[in-house]
Design a protein around this ligand. Structure first.
Ligand code: PEP
Ligand code: MG
Length: 589
């Protein structure tokens, strides 16, 4: 806990920018320990009153969150989720059951709540209905809030977050999806790494974020003034006047640099030796498409469609898919939109599906294409939505997490079957739609020459490629230091994939976070990558770097880098090169 003293915490700058504001602390760690007590009969009334107070407080918090979200015109699904929570907080099956357990079994409110929730979850689990099963997660969320209010812990609620900085132990993709642009200034989390999904959402909201701070949520108190520096990954708690002044200045110069870059963002990026470099945008929500295009994206290189699922509790219908994709494809046309099929599982946990399979190691488990090939009904529903949208603008389909030829064949077979069904129904779609895969599992990179013969394009997903090839959990703050995009093993996998693609005459792009860091741009272009796709904020930076370099010279530099043995050596070389231009990388002569 802070004592009014200045504290400086170091983490990973996951989304650039500087924010200065008041902290809202959200501690959503699951409460595993709660008091389990037998109570004397004469305490029953007191215990019932305690439960009623916690219930009323929980209802008030959720209702306030709903009004705050509505006032900000946010994505409707977010409000619907909270409305479902409010209904559950009023549901007699929960409320009356807890009261009965307290009054008849003489147990304290926490224990009664735990038992009532377990009964509800068991009943829901037994039903063979995806919608009802999806409500298990709602029940758990509601129980957690009630338990926190009963035990007097911080509940944290996003509606207090206007113009504040959120400090949390962790934010799930669904939590972060609830944070709307304009509502929060930035966020800081104890856990997470550079490419964790919380970091990706921070980029898409264009707010600064620092992750992997380890203990920020216990050090910071609600209401503390904090400085969040997403550029260098620092959180300053209770800063001095002079620190505030210094960071206000830094924020101003950062902003003016951003404005300058943004002015040039829509101009094409042409290297000094005349090669036109295409930079596309990554998209998580259909609502972001205008922002991404305004930042100069020449197409969408990765539409992460799983966020369509993560912000709602039921399973989207074919119409839901179709409407979302059509609006994006139309807005992006004549540029191309690469729609990636579902990548649920791993840390993109989706209660309506992923709770069915309880997995000990979900990142290595039934994730992405594996889940789709098991739940083919859900896969086909999405494919139909994508195919139908392809009639309205240039569209490509991309399969995530392909690890071998068999998997690709199965996915393509289901796609063909879906096309046949649409044809029979007489529904129009682009019959020559291009099909590509993410190269993000090391086995796919190693057999890239074989896979290249089967698809129209590759897109390198370095977030996972690094995670799996270096055996580093991309969201784990304790092994962040080993997450090295410049590791020679990673560079070799990338180079092999690029060469395999070109030998087969197909295009290769990159859509992992590595594509959005300008220090890597000369290396990636020197290796021959055809296009880069990144978050809105990074587009102008990458374009600006591309404008400065000479591709031929970058090719030579890459040859030189391949003689180096360590990521640190390569990093130091690149930093020196960029700062001092010692090898004329930038061809300034
Ligand atoms: C990747 O793995 O690099 C990627 C772009 O996919 P995601 O971050 O959604 O896993
Ligand atoms: Mg991935």
């Amino acid at each position: 806990m802070t004592d009014g003293q200045v504290h400086i915490l170091h983490g990973v700058g996951a989304s650039a920018g500087i924010a200065i504001g008041q902290a809202v602390v959200i501690d959503m760690r699951k409460i595993e320990r709660y008091p389990k007590l037998k109570i004397p009969e004469d305490r029953v009334e007191d215990e019932l009153r305690r439960f009623d107070e916690a219930l009323a407080l929980s209802q008030k918090q959720v209702a306030e969150a709903i009004s705050a979200l509505e006032a900000h015109n946010v994505i409707r699904e977010h409000v619907l989720i909270l409305e479902a929570h409010l209904l559950m907080l009023k549901d007699p099956a929960l409320v009356d059951r807890v009261r009965t357990l307290i009054a008849t079994e003489f147990i304290n409110a926490e224990w009664a709540l735990k038992r009532a929730i377990e009964e509800i979850e068991k009943a829901m689990d037994a039903v063979d209905d995806a919608y009802l099963r999806s409500r298990v997660a709602d029940a758990a969320f509601v129980a957690e809030r009630l338990m926190r209010n009963l035990t007097g812990r911080k509940t944290g609620s996003f509606h207090h977050a206007h113009n504040s900085i959120i400090v949390a132990h962790d934010l799930s993709p669904a939590d972060t999806a609830m944070l709307n642009k304009g509502m929060v200034l930035g966020f800081a989390t104890d856990v997470g790494g550079m490419t964790s999904h919380t970091a990706i959402i921070a980029h898409s909201l264009e707010i600064p974020a620092v992750v992997g701070l380890e203990n920020a949520s216990s050090v910071v108190n609600p209401g503390d003034t904090i400085i969040l520096d997403g550029i260098s990954g620092v959180l300053i708690v209770n800063p001095s006047e002079s620190q505030i002044l210094e960071y206000q200045n830094r924020a101003r110069s950062y902003l003016s640099m951003e404005i300058k870059l943004k002015e040039k963002a829509k101009e094409p990026a042409v290297t000094r030796d005349g090669k036109r470099i295409v930079v596309k945008g990554n998209l998580e929500f259909k609502e972001e498409v205008k922002t991404v295009l305004d930042h100069g994206a020449e197409g969408i290189g990765l539409y992460r469609t799983e966020f369509l699922y993560l912000v709602r509790k039921d399973i989207p219908t074919e119409e839901d898919h179709f409407e979302a994709y059509r609006s994006v494809v139309q807005a992006v046309h004549p540029y191309n939109t690469v729609i990636r099929t579902l990548d649920l599982g791993g840390d993109k946990f989706y209660s309506a599906l992923n709770t069915i399979f309880s997995e000990r190691n979900p990142v290595m488990g039934l994730r992405a294409i594996r889940l789709c090939l098991k739940e083919t009904g859900i896969f086909k529903t999405q494919l139909k939505g994508i195919l139908r949208a392809s009639h309205y603008g240039d569209t490509s389909i991309m399969f995530p997490m392909i690890s071998g030829i068999d998997e690709l064949h199965q996915a393509k077979e289901i796609l063909e079957e879906t096309k046949r069904e649409l044809k029979i129904q007489g529904i129009p779609f682009d019959e020559d739609i291009r099909v590509g895969i993410m190269v993000e599992v090391p086995s796919a990179a190693v057999i890239a020459d074989l896979l290249a013969k089967e698809v129209d394009f590759f897109s390198l997903g370095t977030n996972d490629l690094i995670q799996y090839s270096l055996a580093i959990d991309r969201g784990n703050e304790f092994v962040n230091y080993l997450y090295e995009p410049l590791h020679p093993a990673v560079l070799r996998l990338i180079k092999f994939t690029v060469d395999a693609a070109h030998n087969a005459g197909i295009e290769v792009s990159m859509c992992g976070e590595m594509a959005g860091r300008e220090i890597y741009t000369p290396i990636l272009l020197g290796m021959g990558i055809d296009s880069l796709s990144t978050n809105a904020y990074a587009i102008s930076h990458v374009k600006e770097m591309a404008r400065k370099i000479n591709i031929e010279k970058c090719r030579k530099i890459v040859e030189h880098l391949f003689e180096m043995r360590k990521a640190s050596e390569i990093y130091e070389f690149m930093t020196r090169e960029i700062m001092e231009n010692t090898h004329d990388l930038f061809d300034l002569a």
